[in-house]
Design a binder for this molecule. Structure first.
Ligand SMILES: Nc1ncnc2c1ncn2[C@@H]1O[C@H](COP(=O)(O)OP(=O)(O)OP(=O)(O)O)[C@@H](O)[C@H]1O
Ligand SMILES: N[C@@H](CCO)C(=O)O
Length: 328
């Protein structure tokens, strides 16, 4: 269930007066998702998604919506927020900020193969390059500063071995973030949460030699400016692993990294610090999952994600810290 705020026919008719989207043909709630209320909206002008933000505020939204609009205008397939009659990308519905974005094609691929990872890698590099002239800046709000603030709050709940890892890795990451090599890593707007459930795939067009077709990336509400390599690491840690062990699948990892580098080759510093960044990517989600597990927000997370999955991945990455970028 992911319709927390109910929109009836009268509310919708009132809301649609602010848009030049023709007549409503179909309107239905979307059952998945745990953060916002989402509806599929079909009008005589096309297919859209209406999102009512249950937690993000009107002050927080412009960075995300402007970024999506910027990327969409640079041919990166992401939901494009539709401007209202006053030019605004969101309005207020039932007292909460709400927006209409274009609907992407396809469905999530939860058991990806190398062909899916290749498409994701290439588009992620295109997203990074397209973000270079995006004017707003918001840091990744789930990076080092947040880890430093959050780790002391979760440490009382974890066992001795976990405490050692969580505190030790924080020290490792602090040293990495302070290094000259880290400062030299290129960066800009990043998705920061490009997991399998935030990407859609559609059937490949007949007559093309593509096995799959990327519908697009969505759920930009953890996006922020960060090192591009961090985004690649977060993505690889989800798309290219065996979910039972956290180990990399060599074919998927190679496909993702090769495809990314056909668009933007890694710099020497990125090559040197791939493993540190994989650790950072795993750490970010281990910490957030522990936080959501032990300190749940009111009415949040219907089903918290399993923190031990990312503990396993982090231990795996620490163990293979010396491996080179294109190896598993
Ligand atoms: N622009 C879009 N185009 C097509 N489908 C979309 C779009 N936005 C959302 N969806 C569909 O709606 C579902 C719920 O969206 P989403 O996962 O973003 O939920 P949420 O509650 O906003 O965030 P979270 O993933 O953090 O729970 C997605 O799984 C996807 O199927
Ligand atoms: N992708 C995150 C959830 C927040 O979108 C996780 O798996 O922990």
């Amino acid at each position: 269930m992911a319709v927390f705020t109910v929109v009836n026919e009268t509310d919708l008719a009132q809301w649609m007066r602010h848009y030049d989207l023709g007549e409503v043909v179909d309107f239905r709630g979307i059952s998945s998702g745990i953060e916002n209320s989402n509806y599929f909206l079909t009008t005589t002008r096309g297919a859209f998604v209406l999102t009512i933000f249950e937690k993000l505020t009107a002050e927080q939204l412009p960075f995300y919506l402007d970024l999506m609009r910027h990327l969409a205008s640079h041919s990166v397939p992401v939901p494009d927020p539709v401007p209202r009659d006053d030019g605004a990308l969101f309005g207020i519905l039932h007292g909460k900020p709400a927006t209409i974005v274009t609907k992407l094609d396809g469905k999530a691929e939860l058991a990806p193969g190398p062909e899916h990872c290749g498409e994701v890698g290439q588009m992620l590099a295109r997203l990074h390059l397209a973000g270079r002239d995006f004017k707003s800046h918001q840091p990744n709000l789930r990076s080092l500063a947040w880890w430093k603030e959050t780790v002391p709050r979760i440490v009382p709940f974890v066992d001795g071995a976990q405490r050692e890892l969580i505190v030790g890795e924080l020290a490792h990451q602090e040293a990495f973030f302070e290094s000259a090599d880290y400062a030299a890593l290129p960066g800009g707007p990043c998705h920061c949460d490009l997991f399998r459930d935030n990407v859609l795939f559609a059937p490949a067009a007949p007559g093309t030699n593509h096995q799959v077709r990327l519908g697009g990336f969505f759920d930009f509400y953890f996006a922020g400016c960060d090192k591009w390599l961090f985004d690649v690491a977060v993505t690889a840690n989800d798309w290219c692993v065996d979910l039972a062990t956290g180990r990399f699948d060599g074919a998927r990892l190679t496909a993702l990294l090769r495809a990314y580098q056909t668009v933007r080759p890694f710099t020497p510093e990125e090559n040197r610090h791939w493993r540190d960044m994989l650790r950072a990517g795993a750490y970010r989600f281990w910490v957030s999952r522990l936080y959501d597990y032990y300190l749940p927000r009111a009415a949040a997370m219907l089903q918290p994600h399993d923190p031990t999955h990312f503990e396993r991945i982090l231990r795996e990455r620490v163990m293979h810290a010396d491996a080179s970028p294109l190896c598993n």
